[in-house]
Design a protein around this ligand. Structure first.
Ligand code: ASP
Length: 462
């Protein structure tokens, strides 16, 4: 084993401690600490993990982090190397089943922890997926392709374009549905981007991820995959959607429209919520239960419009009290072409920002207003403040979510430099990013089990 492999992921004090006691990854050890003794196998760590802990797979199968500071001694009794391989089984081909393509971009769903060792291993070929989630073969024939292998904070215009082009290719090839494996953190950015870059799709395009890796009993990976593959194979909804856990239990998944969805919790599996509207459907292993009828229907033809132009010099400015104009000035001076403001309340910023915003608009920078409340509409006619800001040239964006407006502005500025045309594109709904009204049951968040939430849930669950 190379010295890198022997200490994979360990740095600084953790690395020094391992070396001091001649321990390596896969060493079977007894670790004596100031708090007691632990017996287990030393596991590799991810590159982003901290350097204050050594990770041990205990005899019980649980993984724990042992604080390096507390370690007094490490005694080695042997070595138990990992088996990295997931059992591969040929994905069965059934001519009567639809063909689904899974495009991988990375994130937690693209990897799984080996049950025995805790090491992160990729699970991507159809055989590997079938090996870990055999139920997929009951739904469809599956083809997989790894486009990227990144955590989703590293997704950007290059990957968005590449993914949109791959979708175009697969549609032309004749697949019946597409699933895109993606990290959850920026899934809503990519979902919005694909909603603009891929238009008039004849088939469902379903984004999926997982909040918890598949070695954990509470993992959402397998169920999200089954729900998303079922949606791609069978659903009538030919739109870009996000398919993730609905409630905190594993009772069903929700299908969210790509332009109205947002990650709302850093660790819950039910982290994705449709904002200012209701989801498209509920999905379980048995059925896809539609919650609305105003969606684009699946078609048999293979027509699709792929338009991937994207202007990168666009920014979101999240307003906070006492923000100074230099923030805006620096965007102007650095050649930015578009600014999305996430303003307070109905769409406000403080007065000291006005001259800088005026300079931005006078310099042909497209400046648009959204709301940090996320739910609700920008309404700039209500207060003088709003009117004043509009007079500077700032354009209200109705109920477009700030991240969606950011993506749409990049995409609109990719088409044209004519700001009137940009405005027309921005304010014309293309994929549900602006809606006429927010339905009364579109604002549902848990507040200690308030009655209308309970009532809504009980309508769909027995
Ligand atoms: N940080 C990961 C990502 O967004 C989290 C996940 O995959 O859910 O890529």
């Amino acid at each position: 084993m190379s010295s890198n492999e022997a200490y994979k992921g360990y740095r600084n004090e953790a690395l020094e401690t391992l070396k001091k006691f001649s321990a390596q990854i896969w060493s079977d050890v007894e670790i004596k600490t100031s708090k007691g003794k632990y017996y287990g196998i030393i596991l590799p760590r991810s590159e982003t993990a901290d350097s204050a802990h050594i990770v041990l797979k205990l005899r019980s199968g649980y993984n724990i982090g042992v604080a390096v500071k507390a370690i007094e001694e490490i005694n080695i009794s042997g070595r138990k190397e990992a088996n990295y391989k997931i059992q591969e089984k040929a994905f069965p081909y059934d001519p009567s089943k639809p063909m689904v393509k899974l495009l991988g971009t990375g994130g937690t769903i693209a990897s799984r922890l080996d049950y025995r060792t805790g090491a992160v291993i990729p699970a991507f070929s159809p055989g590997e997926l079938f090996g870990s989630v055999p139920e997929l073969a009951d739904i469809c024939n599956l083809e997989t392709e790894k486009l990227y292998g990144v955590f989703s904070e590293n997704m950007g215009p290059e990957q968005w374009k590449g993914t949109a082009e791959a979708i175009g290719r697969e549609i032309k090839k004749g697949v019946q549905g597409i699933v895109i494996g993606h990290g959850t953190d920026t899934m809503h950015h990519t979902a919005a981007c694909l909603s603009f870059m891929v238009q008039n799709s004849p088939i469902p395009i379903v984004m999926v991820g997982s909040q918890r890796s598949s070695d954990r009993p509470s993992s959402d990976a397998a169920l999200n995959l089954q729900h998303s593959v079922k949606t791609a194979a069978e659903s009538d909804i030919a739109e870009v959607m996000v398919c993730m856990f609905g409630p905190t239990s594993d009772a069903y998944g929700l299908l969210h429209r790509g332009t109205r969805v947002r990650k709302m919790h850093s660790s819950y599996r039910s982290t994705f919520r449709t904002i200012g509207d209701i989801p498209l459907a509920m999905v379980s292993k048995k059925e896809i239960h539609l919650l609305r009828q105003d969606y684009k229907r699946r078609r048999k033809d293979r027509e699709v419009t792929i338009n991937t132009s994207f202007e990168e010099k666009v920014s979101i400015v999240y307003y906070y009290p006492n923000m100074k104009p230099d923030i805006i000035e620096s965007l102007i001076d650095n050649g930015y072409k578009g600014i999305i403001i996430a303003g307070t309340g109905l769409g406000h910023v403080n007065k000291p920002l006005y001259p800088a915003l005026k300079r931005a608009c006078d310099n042909n920078i497209a400046v648009y207003m959204t709301v940090q409340t996320l739910w609700g509409y920008v309404q700039m006619y209500v207060y003088d403040t709003g009117r004043d800001i509009m007079e500077l040239g700032v354009v209200p964006c109705a109920n477009m979510l700030p991240e969606v407006a950011y993506i749409k502005l990049g995409w609109a500025l990719g088409q044209t430099n004519d700001l009137n045309k940009v405005k027309e594109i921005m304010l014309t709904p293309i994929a549900g990013e602006i809606t006429e009204r927010e339905p009364s049951n579109g604002y549902l968040i848990y507040q200690g089990g308030i009655p209308e939430v309970e009532e809504f849930i009980s309508k769909y669950m027995k």
